[in-house]
Design a protein around this ligand. Structure first.
Ligand SMILES: Nc1nc2c(c(=O)[nH]1)N=C([C@H](O)[C@H](O)COP(=O)(O)OP(=O)(O)OP(=O)(O)O)CN2
Length: 132
């Protein structure tokens, strides 16, 4: 199995509902480092898993849809606790959609699974991994 990972980052504000969150019930900021790992059992005719530039562009587009925003105010996230885990799943869904829509090009047809990992600090991170 091959894997290819691209990374970027996103800056947001958000708050959480639930006493379990303590001070994080108040609006606070977060800068997430985002890693998207694509896996495929074989390479395309150019010996690529997917084109790195295409992957970076698509990941950036997804992050731009909520970068520098208060997630509490975006209809897309209404009623959700936008936890690190939740955002991993959200980004995973958007990347899977982009691959299915052919926005990663022909080579991406071989991609079997994606893992999205978000680091919310050097001490804590979460990931969501699922087949396409
Ligand atoms: N499973 C998760 N737990 C928490 C997340 C998360 O995304 N997934 N996020 C937060 C907060 O947004 C923030 O990152 C940390 O808030 P904080 O209140 O400092 O929480 P800590 O658990 O680190 O520390 P406390 O001792 O509870 O204050 C919180 N949890």
């Amino acid at each position: 199995m091959y894997s290819l990972t691209v990374a970027d980052h996103v800056m947001v504000a958000h708050s959480f509902k639930g006493e379990e969150f303590g001070p994080a019930q108040r609006v606070h900021g977060a800068t997430f480092v985002v890693e998207a790992e694509f896996r495929a059992p074989k390479l395309d005719r150019l010996n690529l898993l997917i084109d790195i530039a295409a992957a970076r562009v698509e990941l950036r587009k997804i992050l731009d849809s909520f970068d520098y925003n208060n997630l509490d105010e975006l209809p897309e996230f209404a009623g959700q606790n936008t936890s690190t885990e939740f955002l991993c799943h959200f980004i995973h869904g958007k990347l899977a959609e982009a691959i299915r829509a052919g926005r990663f090009g022909e080579g991406a047809k071989g991609v079997e699974s994606i893992k999205v990992l978000l680091r919310e600090s050097p001490l804590a991170w979460a990931a969501c991994e699922a087949p396409l």
